[in-house]
Design a protein around this ligand. Structure first.
Ligand code: M6R
Length: 614
């Protein structure tokens, strides 16, 4: 939540910062702002709404300067308006600061600063931090970099910060704790900072991911210097970025979400590339290899995640238990971390996260680590916080996911979980050779099957038109299709604002069935498999109450066709792989319905892609 960008060097800072903010807009779009240092002046421009509003507002303003910071906000403290937008300035007008995170003890600090006569324009915790830095500087007479370091020793909470000062216009000062921050080292001695690497990759591939409680001083004369919050100098670890610029563009699609849905044949292939060979009958996840025996021996594996990633974990539970016969518990990270959970040293905790930055998931993982559990990660964003604190893990390799609604990240997570389950099952001997080979061959051709579903997009769009005005919807599934139903409901509600709920199909009669009438669309996964007949019975129950039935069925199905209002056929596949296919029509349905309702598909209201606050 919140995106921050900064630049210092020989280029025009405004252009770089604003372009970067557009790339980070998925992290929050309540307001945007920039601060530019030019000829001893600090120019500050802030506007409620999207970066486009800021651009409009700055049209006739002085945008010169080679030093700039910018922010796109997802509001936490204070409503989204111009005043609460970042950057924030000190009372003396000397410094400007951008912040992603929450300063939890801002209220007590503010009260003390008020007694000293400082004034506040906004309701934000960030302005409090900015003025605290000013106050420390006044009392210690040190540099602003030093004052920020001392201020950070006083604050409780999470932050990724960049600060500029009139005193030293050749310096950016950056710091992080629990919110992500990447420093880019430019080719011309210039520097970049951003919440993730997407605003940087166009200019340089050399980056340093800051660790918690690290402060980076980026000086045009002195280069990059890294310190701990306790003032111990550290050696920066410079990494090479692998992101391709094209992956950050819409590539001809109307929305990132649509592009990402259509990328899935490729992203799933990228996910298993080099990890699976059906002909030679092997599967191997290098990242977790040395932990596999521990996973097999573990009394239980706990999977923790939020949102869509939690749905992927539920699919993982089915896969691990059924194929590898390993006991799995799936937990919401936000509940797990505050529940005083019983965690043993022989527990394995796997965090699943697209961004690798979700605050609750990160905190839950830290808790598990502190209790001695082995912690593993399944992340998409390379170099993210979760991928760095875990003992080991596997990347999903889905490529950057920009649309707030997760699509290709989900299928990639499920693919990694399938590979893990198969690898563990093989090592443990809980799967027959024949079944193992069949599943590998089937998994290898899943991308083609996903493509076949994408090819019936027009049909799915036509069906979507019939339900675009619905106010409620139910999603039903059994077995590993139950998490797919949950995911289908989440996709619909988050981008089209239609209230939707996912249920295990058999649970319907314990309550939700009361909601069914002729207005209620019910989306059901009724593919061939062990629970097919049971689902057909549930479908009959819906029809008996005149619900509108949209069923996802296996190609050639005749029985459900007779009963349902619409069927969407998907290719036949092993039941364990159905989640990878059945989720695609739900993604497309949600997408089309949202577009038809004129919703902002890529940036739904109140949401942000990366939830770095709890
Ligand atoms: O980055 P993460 O996977 O940890 O994010 C968790 C959720 O915030 C996320 O999956 C969210 O539910 C999706 N964007 C919904 O589509």
């Amino acid at each position: 939540m919140c995106g921050i960008v900064a630049y210092i060097g020989k280029k025009d800072a405004y252009e770089i910062v604003v372009k970067g903010l557009k790339r980070l807009e998925y992290r929050g779009y309540d307001s945007a702002g920039v601060a530019l240092l030019t000829d001893g002046n600090l120019n500050l421009y802030k506007k409620q709404g999207k970066v486009a509003n800021l651009e409009e507002f700055t049209k006739d303003k002085d945008k010169s300067g080679r030093v700039g910071i910018g922010h796109t906000r997802w509001a936490t403290h204070g409503e989204p308006n111009d005043v609460n937008a970042h950057p924030h300035m000190s009372n003396n007008g000397e410094i400007a600061l951008i912040h992603n995170g929450i300063i939890e003890n801002y209220d007590s600090i503010k009260r003390e600063l008020l007694t000293k006569g400082y004034t506040f324009q906004s309701e934000t915790d960030t302005e409090v931090l900015t003025i605290l830095v000013e106050d420390i500087k006044k009392n210690t007479n040190g540099t602003y970099a030093e004052s920020l370091r001392l201020a950070l020793q006083q604050v409780v909470g999470a932050y990724a910060i960049v600060m500029i000062s009139k005193e030293n216009p050749r310096q950016l000062i950056a710091a992080r704790k629990s919110s992500p921050l990447v420093v880019g080292i430019g080719k011309d001695g210039d520097f970049f900072c951003a919440s993730d690497a997407t605003p940087i990759v166009e200019y340089t591939k050399k980056v340093v991911y800051l660790d918690d409680e690290e402060i980076a001083v980026l000086d045009l004369d002195d280069g990059l210097k890294l310190y701990s919050i306790d003032d111990v100098q550290k050696t920066p670890y410079i990494q090479e970025l692998e992101i391709k610029l094209e992956s950050l563009e819409k590539g001809g699609y109307d929305h990132f979400m649509l592009k990402e849905i259509h990328e899935q044949p490729r992203s799933i292939t990228d996910c298993f590339r080099g990890r699976l060979n059906a002909e030679e009958a092997w599967v191997s996840l290098g990242g977790i290899k040395e932990y596999e025996q521990k996973m097999i021996d573990a009394k239980r594996i706990i999977m923790i995640a939020c949102g869509t990633s939690w749905h992927a974990a539920l699919v993982g539970e089915y896969l691990f238990e059924d194929l590898a016969r390993i006991n799995v518990e799936v937990e919401y990270a936000s509940e797990f971390r505050y529940r005083n959970p019983i965690i043993n040293e022989d527990d394995i905790v796997i965090a699943i996260s697209q961004s690798g930055e979700t605050a609750d998931t990160l905190a839950a993982l830290e808790l598990a680590k502190s209790k001695g559990a082995t912690i593993l990660g399944i992340c998409n964003v390379v170099g993210s916080s979760i991928s760095r604190i875990t003992d080991a893990g596997s990347y999903t390799h889905a490529g950057p996911e920009i649309g707030v609604a997760s699509t290709k990240a989900f299928t990639a997570q499920v693919t990694v979980l399938t590979l893990m389950a198969l690898s563990l099952a093989k090592k443990k001997g809980s799967i027959s050779d024949t079944k193992f080979r069949t599943m590998l061959s089937e998994l290898e051709i899943i991308p083609q099957k996903v493509q076949e579903i994408l090819d019936i997009n027009d049909k799915i769009k036509t069906i979507s038109a019939e339900y675009k005005d619905a106010t409620n919807a139910l999603y039903l599934g059994r077995g590993s299709s139950f998490p797919v139903a949950l995911e289908g409901a989440l996709k619909l509600k988050e981008i089209s604002y239609i209230h939707a709920e996912g249920y295990p199909a058999a649970e319907m009669k314990h309550g939700p069935i009361a909601l069914i009438d002729e207005e209620m669309p019910v989306f059901v996964i009724a593919t061939q498999g062990p629970s097919y007949e049971k689902v057909v019975s549930n479908i009959q129950e819906v029809k008996a109450r005149k619900g509108k039935l949209i069923a996802i069925v296996t190609e050639g199905d005749e029985q459900v066709k007779e009963i349902a209002d619409h069927v969407i056929e998907i290719p036949e596949a092993d039941e364990h792989l159905i989640p990878l296919l059945a989720t695609i029509p739900f993604q497309l349905l949600s997408y089309h319905i949202a577009v038809m309702r004129n919703c902002n598909v890529d940036q739904p209201r109140n949401l942000a892609k990366s939830v770095t606050v709890e």
